[in-house]
Design a protein around this ligand. Structure first.
Ligand code: SF4
Ligand code: SF4
Ligand code: SF4
Ligand code: SF4
Length: 303
């Protein structure tokens, strides 16, 4: 039986703060029944055991805002929304994490300099992911040395520049079969809202949903199916939700991946190699985030 002293250490929920932060985040955290599905599905957690969306949701329901804003975990999140997509009660932990990050910046817990360093790093990290996909096309990634990690982080991806002729667009599009019509890509008027909403935005040559949509509409099938970019998408669906033309950009990317596999562009082991590579790459990602959070941010602006 717990003693009186122990009872005094109990966390007293701050109901007002809990209601306010949930209202701001629109994450429906009060619906959480602590099943732990989000912990099991989170790709960062499965690779590192360092990010538990359930814990963040529970802390939010208790109104522990200051404690949440001080959690390094919120900066490990890659905004894939896998937690929200798999939650049986429709809680969206990723939205709560995004709100907590804003709070950390507003309260000065994450300084502006550190935040700039983090944004730069997150963008450069997509170069690493691009290189990893490219590597896994042919062989498994078994190790990532410091020198390889920093070389990939610091080396921009060169995008191929070629003149696209208008000839035969319809013929080339037809190679994409039902994917274009299913995703309704022809309605795209290149407003770039999808790019703005995408958590991976940063360098167009690495990944850009608008670029992928334009390439699909121009019938650049082969270039798309062989591009590492289509494997970087984390399927958060932010692009589709933000598109005023109802283009299903995430479905387009999903369709392109399926077609690449169907056409045998990669051997059947490719996707397994890619999944295994996450267990090497995400721990490095988390380590680097810790380094940024532990520094003043001033010594990490080299990406
Ligand atoms: S999956 Fe949903 S209900 Fe389950 S712990 Fe996570 S937030 Fe709560
Ligand atoms: S958005 Fe993705 S990385 Fe972030 S907590 Fe949810 S599942 Fe994990
Ligand atoms: S948001 Fe929609 S219309 Fe705008 S560029 Fe993206 S796909 Fe095209
Ligand atoms: S392209 Fe769309 S689904 Fe993919 S990561 Fe960007 S916003 Fe998310």
């Amino acid at each position: 039986m717990r003693g009186v002293t122990e009872m005094r250490n109990a966390i007293i929920p701050d109901v007002k703060s809990a209601a306010l932060i949930d209202q701001q985040a629109k994450a429906d955290v009060t619906l959480c029944w602590t099943c732990g599905t989000c912990d099991a599905e989170c790709p960062i957690n499965t690779a590192t055991n360092r990010l538990r969306p359930r814990k963040i949701v529970r802390m939010a329901t208790m109104g522990l805002i200051e404690e949440l804003a001080n959690l390094p975990e919120v900066w490990y999140c890659i905004a894939c929304n896998r937690c929200g997509q798999t939650c049986p009660t429709l809680v969206t932990p990723s939205r709560m994490i995004a709100r907590v990050r804003q709070e950390a910046v507003l309260r000065g817990i994450m300084s502006r300099t550190m935040h700039t360093a983090y944004i730069k790093f997150f963008s450069a990290f997509q170069r690493v992911r691009w290189q990893v996909v490219s590597w896994c096309f042919n062989e498994p990634l078994t190790h990532l040395s410091d020198s390889q990690w920093y070389e990939w982080l610091n080396t921009p991806i060169e995008s191929e520049k070629s003149v696209i002729s208008g000839d035969g667009i319809l013929k080339r599009q037809s190679a994409l079969g039902d994917i274009l019509s299913g995703a309704e890509t022809l309605s795209c008027f290149t407003c770039s809202e999808c790019t703005s909403a995408c958590p991976l935005k940063g360098e167009r040559g690495v990944f850009d949903p608008l670029w992928i949509t334009r390439m699909a509409n121009l019938g650049l099938t082969d270039e798309l199916l062989r591009s590492p970019s289509i494997w970087l998408c984390v399927q958060c669906q932010q692009c589709t939700e933000s598109c005023s033309q109802a283009v299903k950009v995430h479905s387009l990317i999903e369709g392109l991946r399926a077609l690449a596999i169907k056409q045998g562009i990669f051997d059947p082991g490719f996707q397994t190699r890619l999944k295994k590579a996450d267990r090497i790459v995400y721990p490095r990602f988390v380590e680097e985030v810790d380094r940024i959070l532990g520094s003043s941010g001033g010594n990490v602006l080299y990406y």
